[in-house]
Design a protein around this ligand. Structure first.
Ligand SMILES: [Zn+2]
Ligand SMILES: [Zn+2]
Length: 282
């Protein structure tokens, strides 16, 4: 398991102890993350990194269907795991997918990969979306890391990305906004929900509609965890959570994002909708 996965698991364990309201969710997340780490290990070496210079979202030139024979048995194992560890509704959805023909699994992966509508599979939309996302994240991250050839935490900063509401590599929405120390202040980046690419983003700008008028952008925060906040927009009513690494250098954005559950509830009460649900469905 790579250091990056180990950090996530360790952080999940720490926060599960520190924040009782997040214990169940983080235990579930840790099971999923452990599966993701082992899937990525298994794929490493079998999935060639593409040297590709196409226009548009380069990650779309690869497809999970190119590796269907590798991925099918892994997906069966993933469904089995979710059936055992997930809350009842999600477990039932995993069960339903177990008895779905494998060709339809592929349609599910493909729909998610291309950002298109998911096939009709007798599983409710939001529940269904969890499966291709959690399953293909490590695959996408492997391809994207190979394409970028950089280290973790290096945000893409090519021209134009600072105003891009979607990942410059794969076109997916951001999962979390991250602030990192830079010079005497902090630089903001967005972390892709699919391929883990980080790209630089303007400090004062809505991640959904691009609003830049500071008085229309609001923040919701709680004193208990000052390094995580909701960054919301009054124009489009969408929000994302932001993890400030200058306030807590030990935070792991994807994990802290999941753990700060009360902030999602607060945002929901204010009528804001998240740009991208996380792996625990919030
Ligand atoms: Zn991406
Ligand atoms: Zn907006």
């Amino acid at each position: 398991m790579t250091a990056s996965w180990e950090r996530r698991l360790q952080r999940a364990e720490e926060l599960a102890q520190r924040w009782p309201f997040a214990t169940e969710a983080l235990k579930f997340y840790a099971h999923v993350a452990r599966f993701q780490a082992s899937l990525q290990d298994a794929l490493r070496g079998s999935v060639p990194v593409l040297a590709c210079k196409e226009e548009g979202f380069v990650l779309r030139s690869a497809s999970p269907l190119d590796h269907r024979l590798l991925l099918r048995p892994k997906f069966a194992g993933f469904l089995e795991l979710v059936r055992e560890i997930a809350p009842p509704q999600l477990a039932a959805a995993a069960d339903a997918l177990r008895s779905t023909p494998e060709e339809l699994w592929e349609a599910l992966w493909d729909g998610y990969w291309r950002g298109q509508a998911l096939p009709d599979l007798e599983v409710e939309g939001p529940l269904l979306a969890f499966f291709p996302k959690a399953f293909l994240q490590p695959y996408a991250a492997l391809l994207a890391a190979g394409l970028r050839g950089d280290g973790e935490g290096d945000a893409l900063s090519s021209p134009g990305v600072e105003t891009s509401p979607v990942c410059p590599l794969c076109g997916a929405a951001p999962q979390v906004s991250v602030l990192r120390e830079e010079g005497h202040g902090a630089a903001r980046s967005l972390l892709c929900a699919r391929c883990e690419t980080e790209w630089r983003y303007k400090r004062v700008r809505c991640v959904a509609c691009g609003e830049e008028e500071a008085r229309r952008l609001v923040y919701l925060q709680a004193t208990e965890w000052p390094h995580v906040r909701v960054s919301a927009c009054q124009v489009c009513r969408r929000y994302i959570k932001e993890v400030d690494l200058t306030r807590d250098g030990l935070a792991v954005p994807v994990v802290d994002e999941i753990a700060a559950i009360p902030l999602d509830l607060a945002a929901g009460e204010e009528g804001y909708e998240k740009v991208e649900p996380n792996l625990i469905g919030l």
